[in-house]
Write a protein that binds this ligand. Structure first.
Ligand SMILES: Nc1ncnc2c1ncn2[C@@H]1O[C@H](COP(=O)(O)O)[C@@H](OP(=O)(O)O)[C@H]1O
Ligand SMILES: [Mg+2]
Length: 254
């Protein structure tokens, strides 16, 4: 169901882009957030009336804190990129949190014509090609301040991209080796792609190695590392070297 809903919301967003054009990016961004949220929120209300919903675009209903099942959705992740003609790095995220764990999730990448989900998580090759440089994907507009130092230390290539979901899918599809973010983010930015990444066997954690947890009373989740499992120890050590983890402000936004 998460996958079907993410696909349908994505189709609506593609049609909206065609109808509106790109002359007024701010209007397109506002409409995109609203159209996708309204579709998902009403579909979940109809299909799963007893469940709670935590959405980037909705009011935070405190009932979710005592609910057994909570849908954590980002109706349009990569809103900025959605409003730029020709860009494909935006996504729809639908995740189900159940009794403390992410039970299911789907990320649709409508402009790429693809959807990744926990139903059939992508397979990734057991080994990276020998001698290949590491590829770090990170935010186009708000990369962590330490990412250039990390790249230098690891001799890695930096691949800026929009949307947390699109970046995690890039790692899952072998287009990048890791996604790192710090400085601010929310549960809806990562819940669905992290569900898929875990199902595929990827490492997912905070940048200090702590577990990512969802449906917390404060939905901020400011930093994340997603990578191939065999890289996690090296990457967490590199982040410890180049980032000032003690001064990281968990409530930084922007
Ligand atoms: N410093 C920050 N504070 C709050 N949210 C942030 C952030 N940096 C990134 N994000 C959010 O994380 C998502 C991916 O960001 P990016 O494209 O820069 O990698 C975006 O979601 P939305 O597009 O749903 O708003 C963006 O708003
Ligand atoms: Mg988002």
């Amino acid at each position: 169901m998460a996958r079907d809903l993410a696909i349908e919301a994505g189709q609506q967003l593609l049609r909206l882009r065609v109808r509106s054009g790109f002359e007024e990016p701010e209007v397109l961004r506002t409409l995109g957030d609203r159209v996708a949220h309204e579709f998902l929120f009403s579909a979940l209300g109809r299909l799963r009336p007893s469940d709670s919903v935590l959405s980037e675009e909705g009011r935070d209903d405190p009932a979710r804190l005592s609910a057994r099942r909570v849908w954590i959705i980002d109706p349009l992740d990569g809103t900025r990129e959605f409003s730029e003609e020709g860009r494909t790095d935006w996504a729809v995220h639908v995740a189900l949190w159940e009794n403390g764990v992410l039970a299911a999730g789907a990320v649709s990448l409508p402009a790429m014509g693809s959807t990744l989900s926990t139903v059939d998580p992508p397979w990734f090759p057991e080994e990276r090609p020998a001698g290949q440089r590491l590829r770090i994907t990170t935010s186009r507009t708000r990369p962590p301040e330490f990412v250039q130092r990390m790249g230098t230390q690891l001799g890695a290539e930096i691949m800026p991209m929009g949307s947390a979901g699109a970046k995690i899918c890039a790692v899952l599809l072998g287009m990048a080796d890791l996604y790192v973010h710090a400085g601010g983010q929310f549960e809806w930015d990562s819940a669905a792609p992290v569900a898929v990444a875990r199902a595929a066997g990827m490492h997912t954690s905070r940048i200090d190695g702590a577990e990512l947890t969802y449906n917390e009373s404060d939905p901020t989740l400011p930093d994340i590392l997603v990578c191939r499992p065999e890289l996690s120890a090296t990457l967490l050590a590199s982040i410890r070297d180049v980032a000032d983890l003690d001064s990281a402000d968990p409530h930084a936004g922007g």
